[in-house]
Design a protein around this ligand. Structure first.
Ligand code: ADP
Ligand code: ADP
Length: 229
């Protein structure tokens, strides 16, 4: 489960300015699609539409063949996990932040959920105890640590569809490479949409689409797009 399909999707935040002018793609269950393109092209908008922060003004978005508008908010939240670029953490422990959103979550529940090896890597890869306090607005953690907590939180929901919205682009290149490596392993086991700022960070994607001017300007695998310049 977890096929995501955009069928001629059109959208504008304002009626007189269309951001997406007919975008189509299919991500088969378990595959990875990367969305690249210049800033302002509408990449994050695609993620927001999938999650129904906004609704399309034309076309359809389907998950496993079902229009997202026909799905309850609760099951949509269960089906899709989003890791944004800069997730806000609570002024509480790492454990609390990771468990956030899970009913009655305690350390035992976290460890059960972490049986998924990829999630386990993420949690144990933190150079922090579950009981480390994150501190006011998460400021005591480095960018990489915060992002690991944020990703672990989303992975614990075990969503069939994972959306990484420039999840590592704010990090230094060594930390980005480290986290990309783990994310790459995770992505291999579920449907993943990666919004990226650089083609070089999405080498392994099954398909890459380049958004420009509200449309899919190019699509293909990394090698094809690099060859095309
Ligand atoms: P990208 O992720 O490719 O940088 P976005 O999807 O964030 O682009 O934004 C696409 C366009 O929509 C940009 O021109 C941006 O200014 C505009 N936009 C984004 N969010 C809003 C909003 N909430 N209201 C109005 N316009 C917005
Ligand atoms: P839950 O408690 O079920 O995780 P939330 O409403 O807190 O539900 O968030 C659902 C998902 O959407 C989470 O993965 C969260 O990181 C992400 N999310 C929530 N709000 C935003 C936002 N404003 N921008 C981007 N992602 C968000």
């Amino acid at each position: 489960a977890g096929e995501v399909r955009f069928d001629n999707v059109r959208f504008g935040y304002d009626p007189d300015r269309e951001i997406l002018k007919g975008v189509s793609f299919t991500v088969p269950a378990g595959r990875t699609l990367a969305i690249v393109g210049p800033s302002g092209a509408g990449k994050s908008t695609i993620a927001r539409l999938l999650f129904r922060f906004y609704d399309v003004t034309g076309g359809r978005i389907l998950i496993d063949g079902q229009d997202v508008r026909a799905v309850t908010q609760a099951s949509l939240r269960g089906a899709i996990g989003i890791v944004p670029q800069d997730m806000v953490l609570f002024n509480d422990t790492v454990g609390y932040n990771i468990a956030y959103g899970r009913q009655g979550a305690d350390m035992a529940a976290i460890e059960v959920a972490a049986r998924d090896a990829s999630v386990h890597d993420f949690i144990t890869g933190l150079p922090l105890g579950y009981d480390t306090r994150v501190g006011e607005r998460g400021l005591k953690l480095s960018g990489g640590e915060k992002q690991r907590v944020a990703i672990a939180r989303t992975l614990l929901k075990d969503p069939p569809v994972l959306v990484l919205d420039e999840a590592t682009s704010a990090l230094d290149s060594r930390t980005e490479a480290e986290i990309q490596d783990v994310l790459g392993r995770i992505a291999r086991r579920r449907t993943t949409l990666v919004v990226a700022h650089r083609l070089s960070t999405v080498v392994d994607a099954d398909e890459i689409i380049v958004l420009d001017g509200g449309m899919v300007a190019e699509r293909g695998r990394h090698a094809d797009l690099v060859r095309a310049g």
